[in-house]
Design a protein around this ligand. Structure first.
Ligand code: HEC
Length: 106
């Protein structure tokens, strides 16, 4: 009986922890999928901006930081202007990635 209760408590704990976005996991995704264009810390890659002929916002800027999680997810999965969408990032990975972008501060 006690074992069953323990198992149940542990499972709930793990489930709760799973809800919190994992910034470290988000960083791994960012480094792999975003860094080449948006820099290690959100500073836009000037060569990419020039090649795409677009003014890229610094991801640390107040404008980008003011975007909600949902707004960021939309840009990432649907693209925006000259930004190509990253359609393969979904679910928890997307949550973690957005949490990591929101951790950028100027
Ligand atoms: C191939 C280069 C490239 C990659 C890879 C890329 N982006 Fe972008 N991103 C851009 C460009 C260019 C823009 C500006 C689009 C425009 O204004 O037309 C942009 C815009 C954005 C914006 C909106 C900023 C604003 O100006 O309001 C966000 C947020 C963003 N990218 C996040 C990401 C994230 C997160 C990833 C990784 C999944 C990523 N991007 C991958 C090129 C890229």
């Amino acid at each position: 009986m006690r074992t069953i209760l323990m198992t149940f408590t542990l499972a709930s704990l793990v489930a709760t922890a799973g809800l919190a976005a994992d910034i470290k996991a988000g960083q791994a995704i960012y480094d792999k999928s975003c860094k080449s264009c948006h820099g290690a810390d959100g500073t836009p890659n000037a060569a990419v901006a020039k090649m795409k002929k677009v003014e890229m916002r610094d991801l640390k800027s107040a404008e980008v930081q003011a975007m909600s999680n949902d707004d960021l997810k939309k840009v990432i999965t649907e693209g925006m202007g000259k930004m190509t969408p990253a359609k393969t990032i979904t679910g928890a990975s997307l949550d973690n990635l957005v949490a990591y972008v929101h951790s950028f501060k100027k």
